[in-house]
Design a protein around this ligand. Structure first.
Ligand code: MRU
Length: 352
């Protein structure tokens, strides 16, 4: 098995995605050339994780307008907006999807004086820029996060906020890759993350391939490892952070934050500023995706409950900002009062 996983690649004028639904057993790379197939890849989670969805959607938008025949900007814009709105309907929670599409739209508007063919090239360049920036951003998140950690630490993480959820390093896992580079001795506990098992199938896989000491636990074992003092910090990613610091992330994150607070363990959220949605006031305003009940009751083609069972399957939950020790971004570490400090960060960094 290859040791460096490449979740997203732009190659020979096509988008190549590592099909994450087949991990950890098979490494299958699939090529994409249409917005429709990319919409489907996001929906069925061949590609998943907030930053990775954003990067994929940016390429998807380019692929959706690449063969457009419109000559005037006005007609081209109508087509572009149609493709953008379509891609935006693939998944509702991770704000990076909307952030990347908006950035592509703004790029089109800023270059509306160009020939449509030149404009298409500018849009491809912007998608590639979004892709490349993600790697740099994650490394910076890792460097900032490392200042809060120490050699010998035990870290618990949930879902996959790893390299597979981004383009490299991940967000929650970025300090782990950097700690490994520094030769630190540390242990990671990866929650299995029911129902789709991103923790065991993806996080444990990528950390193991990187030679990082990772132990899988089922979600209901988190309290035990915390009570046994095996964990000194919890680090998770985020799908959307509201302006007041409330964090939407993979279902189960809220429970972990409550446990971490009970056991006095710092609870960190590692995310790029593109995951912070200043237009969403609080966690209550974040749309939470509900997924197919089959994810809960059908495991690997076998029912584990009666087929007609009633099932509730929210894919994300919201952790109130009171439970978050710090939000680690590429631009710095943010603490309470989140509303003020996030506002200052956006104003000082001139984001948005
Ligand atoms: C850096 S990825 C952050 C989040 O997107 C991640 O923690 C998560 O919840 C992923 O959910 P998924 O449903 O697998 O897309």
């Amino acid at each position: 098995m290859e040791t460096e996983l490449k979740p997203i690649e732009w190659k020979n004028h096509k988008l190549v995605l590592l099909d994450q639904t087949r991990l950890p057993n098979e490494m299958v790379y699939e090529e994409f050339e249409t917005a429709e197939s990319i919409w489907d890849a996001i929906k069925v989670m061949k590609v998943r994780g907030a930053p990775a969805i954003g990067v994929t959607a940016a390429y998807g938008l380019y692929l959706g307008i690449r063969d457009a025949t419109e000559n005037s900007f006005e007609d081209f814009w109508k087509e572009l907006k149609k493709v953008s709105d379509f891609l935006a309907s693939s998944r509702p929670t991770a704000v990076n999807l909307f952030w990347a599409l908006e950035r592509m739209e703004k790029t089109a508007i800023a270059n509306n004086h160009l020939d449509v063919s030149e404009l298409k090239n500018v849009l491809l360049k912007e998608a590639i820029k979004i892709h490349k920036e993600d790697e740099i951003t994650n490394r910076k998140i890792g460097e900032n996060a490392l200042t809060l950690l120490h050699d010998g630490i035990g870290i618990l993480t949930h879902c996959n906020a790893g390299a597979l959820a981004t383009t490299k390093y991940g967000t929650a896992t970025a300090p782990m890759y950097l700690a490994k580079e520094k030769g630190w001795n540390f242990k990671v506990y990866a929650d299995e993350t029911r129902p789709r098992l991103q923790g065991s199938a993806l996080t444990a896989l990528e950390l193991q391939l990187a030679g990082i000491d990772v132990t899988i636990i089922t979600d209901n074992m988190a309290a035990t490892v915390m009570s046994q003092r095996k964990v000194n910090a919890v680090i998770v990613g985020a799908d959307r952070i509201a302006a007041n610091g409330d964090v939407a992330n993979k279902i189960g994150t809220l429970g972990l934050s409550i446990l971490a607070n009970y056991y006095n363990i710092p609870f960190y959220v590692a995310a790029p500023t593109s995951t912070i949605d200043m237009k969403t006031k609080t966690g209550k305003d974040i749309p939470i995706e509900e997924r197919d009940p089959e994810e809960v009751i059908n495991r690997f083609g076998q029912y584990t409950a009666l087929k007609n069972s009633k099932v509730y399957n929210p894919a994300f939950d919201v952790t109130p900002h009171e439970n978050v020790t710090a939000i680690i971004t590429e631009k710095g570490i943010i603490r309470e009062p989140y509303e003020k400090n996030l506002k200052d960060l956006f104003e000082e960094s001139k984001i948005g």
